[in-house]
Design a protein. Structure first.
Length: 451
């Protein structure tokens, strides 16, 4: 007889996952048994019901498993696929908030305190699947509110579901302007816009005593990366930084040798450009650095929108990660004194390291901040009604460990600055702006052979 078990809410039979909701085991539909199995079934079924009853009742309860005093937040997150590393950081940020808000009395609405619960599913780094799971969270799991997925592509899909069902979604990992240009009323983003990712690194580079004179810009062809690259080209051109190479490549590319071979001689007189700026995600940033080494492309400065701020970037590349700059929505050196339980960036860092054993990346911090926005909006609304919470989000203006949380008319947070980080001796340090920097920029970058 094939074994059946529930694993993360998925019924598995003989090792094959079946997309059945656990509540269907106790539906009113008739169940038939073959005569050869009937006796065995009536013996096993009561035991099975006793064992599974707590799980099933929890899964079928109010608000996706919540009691009357539990608020359920739902999120599809990329835990496998091309953005799995960033997705894991997103999940950790959400889970840390759940643990600490519950440990500190939950969310207070009038005289009632609500504990919180997170229901999440792996979207496999697929925007289409992310939207399907968002629909499931709303219609089957009956979550109270939605937290965002990882990345612009998935957020563009999921926000339409939030709008359709009029359930607020607060997200921290989709920065493209296109997310906030649809006229939707239920999407809110805590992170700075995509245009700031390149700007803050170019500002840092131009602040050097002998700054780079030209730059090569390469980007993935997804919405976020293209928007960053466009903003980078415009900013560089308006600040006398010559753009000598500008090229897009397919998103999630694992081989960039063609692009980099052309880039290698795109500087003045067929030389390597002074600066290489990559707009994409972590895997693409790692690929770029590995192939630059293989192709002997020794730029004076390397900078990436996503990658260097993640904990394993330096681990994967070793000494070749040193001197690489990255943009960051948040760093532990930021100087904020928040009204939330985490209070300061330094305190958040300490708590996070104790919980997960590694430094918090900005993806985690902005995910925690997304949940904090909900927490304070709910308390301000004095209600768990989605419309009233949405209205409270519109008028939210608070400072947290992550920075200022305030949304413009489109739902974007244009009020929080970004920072530039650099990897030095295998560690992530903040190098710009000067008022929060704990190290100076190391420049120029030595050739790979001399690191």
């Amino acid at each position: 007889m094939k074994k059946r078990a529930f694993v993360s809410g998925v019924l598995q039979e003989g090792g094959t996952a079946m997309a059945a909701h656990p509540c269907t085991l106790f539906s009113a539909s008739p169940v038939s048994f073959s005569s050869s199995r009937f006796v065995h079934s009536i013996i096993v079924l009561p035991t099975l019901i006793v064992l599974l009853l707590p799980v099933v009742l929890s899964a079928c309860g109010s608000g996706g498993g919540g009691s009357s005093n539990t608020l359920v937040f739902g999120a599809p997150i990329s835990l496998t696929g091309s953005t799995a590393k960033e997705g894991q950081l997103t999940l950790e940020g959400y889970q840390l908030w759940v643990k600490y808000v519950n440990a500190n009395g939950g969310i207070k609405v009038g005289n009632t305190s609500y504990q919180v619960k997170l229901v999440h599913y792996d979207d496999g780094s697929s925007p289409t699947k992310s939207a399907q799971l968002t629909q499931q969270l709303v219609t089957a799991d009956k979550v109270n509110f939605l937290l965002g997925p990882y990345g612009t592509a998935a957020t563009l899909q999921d926000e339409a579901i939030a709008e359709q069902y009029k359930i607020p979604m607060v997200e921290g990992n989709g920065a493209a302007k296109s997310i906030f240009s649809k006229g939707f009323h239920y999407i809110f983003g805590v992170l700075s816009p995509a245009s700031e990712y390149a700007k803050v690194m170019l500002e840092a580079a131009l602040s050097l005593p002998t700054p780079p004179k030209n730059v090569a810009i390469i980007s993935a062809d997804d919405a976020f990366s293209k928007e960053v690259a466009t903003a980078a080209r415009n900013f560089a051109s308006s600040h006398n930084l010559a753009v000598v190479y500008y090229k897009q490549y397919p998103s999630n590319a694992t081989d960039l040798t063609g692009v980099l071979t052309d880039l290698k001689s795109s500087g003045p007189g067929g030389t390597v450009p002074d600066m290489i700026l990559g707009s994409g995600h972590e895997n693409e940033a790692v690929t770029t650095m590995k192939e630059c080494k293989q192709l002997n492309i020794n730029a004076r400065l390397y900078a990436f929108t996503v990658g260097p701020a993640t904990p394993d970037f330096a681990t994967v590349l070793g000494k070749d990660a040193n001197f690489v700059m990255g943009s960051a929505q948040w760093t532990a050196q930021s100087k904020y004194n928040g009204i939330d339980v985490f209070k300061t960036p330094a305190n958040y860092e300490q708590i996070y390291v104790k919980e997960y054993g590694h430094e918090p990346a900005y993806q985690s911090a902005e995910s925690t901040a997304s949940a904090l926005a909900f927490q304070f909006a709910i308390e301000k609304a004095g209600s768990i009604d989605p419309q009233k919470v949405r209205d409270a989000l519109v008028n939210l203006d608070i400072t947290t460990f992550y920075g200022r949380l305030k949304f413009d008319a489109t739902g974007a947070n244009i009020f929080k600055p970004m920072a530039t980080i650099q990897i030095q001796d295998g560690k992530i340090v903040t190098v710009y702006p000067a008022e929060i920097a704990n190290e100076q920029i190391m420049y120029p970058t030595p050739a790979f052979a001399n690191r």
